[in-house]
Design a protein around this ligand. Structure first.
Ligand code: ACO
Length: 401
């Protein structure tokens, strides 16, 4: 590894690396990925183990504090998070300013950014206690804010959190309960939701996390930084892919149409790509996709749903994995490939898919933000550029141009 800071200071050279394909931006101890082997670990723990054996709040604790909590720590953390699940009552009015047909991700960008106005008593980033409170507030309130975005879009009343429920149960209850207290928790669905949140919790320096770090490097408050992360996540090349996958599967419609779409994805004159395939870091099967596929079968079985889109997805995966183009370019299904089918079976509309990703990723963003702020070598993020324009031109008055 070359210490670019020193090299630049000594020589004036800098690297030109569009898309940052080979530029490390920070040191981190949170998430380890070996893309060639398809390994993902948080603080050393394998993602499959966490998804199977831990609950989401334990993983949140792990990402923030670096250790899995013992029983007392887990109970206290859970109680502390629960204390923050409600949002400021004034935020209800804020929602009313949005059009009912607004995309929920647009509402998320706005309402999470607005948290800096509602919770400015935890925006002093030089105070470790305020940093922690803002982290707790974000983790606790995200499901409430997301469920409010959904309820607003379908014209139903907002539901207050039910703190007798677990994190994932409460989220489902706020989404589907009318009222929240009457919601009958299905343990299989609650477990599936918890697992989905764990699978999305962190993924080191992806576009949205890097956005959060870059925004935070200037000293911006954590709510503003997470709003920036949400905006970055929205794109179809990143978190928006789960919504795009379902649209694509519907468009394919039938297994007999798959070869046409595979050929389209291989055609370099066609911008179409197989959504939910490929990854910047994984050049092997995304370990999250395996757990997601298994969860997909469990949820569909529990709900007695036979979704033809699952047949299309499985056949598409089979064909792509035998196709020379996808094999050679090491394009495998990623975490987004099967999640949409699960969400659809649960009754979650497509426009909410990326919102769920944002709810889960909030802990990763805030853990990474906190790690950066607490790193003494942290500097404002400021990439260089390769200037290709005119260096100097003579100014002409408007009548002479
Ligand atoms: N379908 C068809 N071809 C693909 C696909 C795909 N899904 N993904 C990559 N390729 C091809 C590219 O055309 C390129 O081919 P070339 O070498 O002949 O030019 C090659 O594979 C490398 O692709 P890049 O775009 O250079 O790879 P990059 O690392 O920049 O992009 C990305 C990764 C954005 C994930 C890409 O694979 C993609 O667009 N996938 C579909 C969208 C998606 O599923 N995004 C979710 C990512 S996971 C997440 O954010 C949670």
């Amino acid at each position: 590894v070359i210490d670019i800071r020193k090299l630049y200071a000594d020589t004036g050279y800098f690297t030109y690396d569009p898309g940052f394909t080979s530029t490390g931006s920070c040191e981190s101890t949170i998430t380890y990925i070996d893309g060639d082997k398809g390994i993902l670990r948080h603080r050393g723990y394998a993602i499959d183990d966490l998804a199977e054996k831990a609950d989401f709040l334990e993983v949140c604790y792990l990402l923030i504090y670096g250790e899995l909590p013992n029983k007392a720590e887990r109970d206290k953390f859970s109680a502390d998070i629960t204390m923050h699940t409600m949002v400021h009552e004034q935020m209800r009015n804020f929602y009313n300013g949005f059009r009912r047909d607004a995309h929920p991700m647009a509402i998320m960008c706005g309402s999470v950014g607005a948290m800096s106005a509602f919770y400015h008593d935890s925006t002093d980033i030089s105070d470790p206690n305020q940093r922690l409170i803002s982290a707790y507030r974000l983790i606790a309130k995200m499901p409430t804010i997301a469920a409010m975005a959904y309820k607003y879009s379908i014209g139903q009343p907002f539901q207050y959190p039910n703190n007798a429920l677990s994190y994932s149960e409460n989220f489902l209850a706020m989404m589907f309960g009318v009222p929240c207290e009457k919601y009958n928790v299905n343990p299989v669905l609650a477990k599936a939701m918890d697992r989905i949140l764990i699978l999305h919790a962190d993924h080191e320096q992806n576009a949205s996390t890097s956005t959060v770090r870059l925004a935070g490097s200037s000293g911006a408050n954590p709510f503003a930084c997470i709003a920036a992360g949400i905006a970055s996540l929205w794109g179809p090349a990143h978190g928006g892919a789960n919504e795009a996958v379902l649209k694509m599967l519907k468009q394919i419609g039938d297994v007999k149409n798959i070869p046409d779409f595979v050929n389209k994805a291989k055609d370099k004159n066609d911008p179409f790509r197989l959504m939910g395939f490929g990854h910047r870091v994984y050049k092997n099967y995304d370990p999250r996709a395996k757990v997601m596929q298994q969860t997909c079968h469990e949820v569909l079985k529990e709900l007695n749903v036979q979704d033809p889109l699952l047949d299309v997805a499985q056949e598409l995966e089979r064909i792509a994995r035998e196709d020379e183009y996808f094999v050679e370019k090491k394009l495998y299904p990623n975490v987004d490939f099967y999640s949409g089918i699960i969400f659809k079976a649960m009754g979650i509309p497509e426009s909410m898919f990326t919102v769920l990703f944002a709810v889960a990723r909030t802990v990763g963003w805030i853990a990474q933000w906190k790690e950066m702020i607490e790193d003494p070598s942290q500097k404002i993020g400021r990439p260089r550029q390769l200037f290709t324009g005119d260096v100097e031109r003579e100014f002409k008055e408007v009548q002479n141009r």
